[in-house]
Ligand binder design. Sequence first.
Ligand code: AP5
Length: 215
Amino acid sequence: MNIILLGPPGAGKGTQARTLVEERGLVQLSTGDMLRAAKSSGTEMGNRVAEVMARGDLVTDEIVIGLIEERLTADGGGNGFIFDGFPRTLAQADALGELLEKQGQTLQAVIEMRVNDDALVARVTGRATCATCGEVYHDQTRPIPEDGKCVKCGGTEFTRRADDNEDAMRNRLLTYYRETSPLIGYYYAHGKLRSIDGLGAIDEVKARVDGALSA
Ligand code: AP5
């Protein structure tokens, strides 16, 4: 099963993707995580990517399509892939279709997660991530445990993203509505779109994702 989680920054794509990995044995391909890894490599490409991401703009199609192509070929897929934060432009969507076809694979569903802008800003500005395993927390809705240890791995270091502030978030939202939201119509026309309400407790949203996948 190959699926795309589509939605604005903070919609909960990463949170739901991690559950799908655990429960269904899917491989998560997050271009945001791949780019953050490139950023911390300190290479020239990494430094260029870091500036673009901090502003909340999109990295070039060429770079992200290259990253996805590399991983699709290397990972083999197992039970399938969850694309998290990819594609984000029509060119990326076309490229993904071609890459999957080349591998004899198909896309089962695109789950659009709908969340209003005020909730999105509140979610990203309160986010903290375990530096060891990537588990995601939120100051109000899923606080770091009082003993300061990650529930998943026991790690004690937590990071906040450079683009999780109100200024960058405004630009990330504009970029989403301008560049990425046309994919909703694109995948509707391809018969793949399933839209769910992304507001509510994480478990409630998970139940909606499961429902959309079995529809
Ligand atoms: P990326 O890392 O993909 O970030 P994003 O799309 O902005 O999405 P986020 O990771 O912010 O949110 P999410 O939907 O995963 O939410 P999460 O589950 O963490 O991209 C970053 C940058 O990289 C881009 O701006 C761009 O520059 C570049 N980039 C990446 N991909 C690219 C591409 N394909 N092309 C070009 N450039 C690309 O949840 C957020 C918070 O909310 C957490 O604190 C979580 O605990 C909380 N939360 C989650 N669910 C709920 C819930 N149901 N209720 C309450 N709180 C919740």
